[in-house]
Design a binder for this molecule. Structure first.
Ligand code: SAM
Length: 263
């Protein structure tokens, strides 16, 4: 477990010394960062209902500017396509079949979702997201790729209790770049409930921003966790988490864990 550059894993981005060094190295990024920090402070003051309410407001603001940039990776359409392709190829190589039933948590504007929908049988894709704004964009992606006949479900959620979904119904659950924006209580809630909806033999893949130093967060938007924290949390909910070494070889900054029922 190491492939990411050591500097990436050992940097604490919340430290003042890091911020000063970073600003000196990238002076052009200072003003956009200050703007983002001010906007986030304003949104946090306006949306006091906890992290999800705040992050939903962040998504509304980002989506209004650029739906593709709102799901990460910058404003480039090619990058949007490439990151979706990477997620899809990975799951296909890990055996995703058209008969699988896939739940995508934090599906965004279907960057990977449209490829999953295309591959799966009709009605086998279920996407959920806390942001109604990005789900409206998801609908546009669906139309753009002519996937109406696949009848995917797209549902806004307020939390990750998953209480509206039936038991043991999903063979694959996927969350890309969602826990990298989630405080531990959100991840805990998800892991507490995922076992109920996960079919026997099914798996739940999620990415996270890995650190090997102190866990930290930046602007309440980006969260960095140690792998042991997440594997221990999964175990507390009767699940086993495995670090996916082959994902580390891909050109993506986050790491991936696969969670299954303990046998
Ligand atoms: C960086 S985007 C990634 C979207 C998509 N997974 C992709 O790879 O394109 C993160 C998405 O997760 C959603 N999200 C964040 N926290 C969530 C939560 N607790 N429950 C469901 N969705 C969440 C955001 O609204 C956003 O659409």
């Amino acid at each position: 477990m190491q492939d990411r550059p050591v500097s990436r894993l050992s940097t604490n981005r919340s430290r003042i010394s890091h911020k000063v060094r970073y600003a000196l190295r990238h002076p052009r990024r200072v003003l956009p960062h200050v703007r983002r920090a001010s906007r986030d402070t304003w949104l946090r003051l306006r949306h006091r209902g906890g992290h999800v309410a705040y992050y939903r407001a962040v998504m509304a603001s980002d989506t209004a500017r650029s739906p593709e940039a709102a799901v990460g990776g910058g404003p480039s359409h090619d990058r949007w396509l490439a990151i979706g392709q990477m997620q899809f190829d990975y799951l296909r190589e890990h055996g995703l079949r058209p008969q699988d039933r896939l739940l995508e948590i934090g599906c965004g504007n279907l960057r990977a979702g449209w490829r999953f929908i295309d591959h799966l049988e009709p009605g086998h894709y279920y996407g959920i997201d806390i942001s109604p704004d990005i789900l409206i964009e998801a609908k546009k992606t669906l139309v753009r790729y002519g996937l109406q006949h696949k009848l995917p479900y797209l549902t806004p959620v307020e939390d990750l209790t998953l209480d509206f979904l039936p038991d043991a119904s999903f063979t694959v659950v996927h969350a890309h770049s969602v826990f990298s924006h989630s405080p531990l209580e959100v991840i805990d809630e998800c892991l507490a409930n995922i076992g109920r909806v996960l079919a026997p033999g099914g798996f739940f893949d999620f990415t996270y921003d890995r650190t090997e130093t102190r866990e930290h967060q930046v602007l309440g938007e980006d969260f960095y966790y140690r792998t042991e924290t997440l594997t221990r949390l999964a175990a507390r909910h009767g699940l086993v988490a495995r670090f996916m070494d082959d994902w580390e070889r891909l050109p993506h900054g986050q790491s991936k864990l696969r969670v299954t029922h303990a046998v």
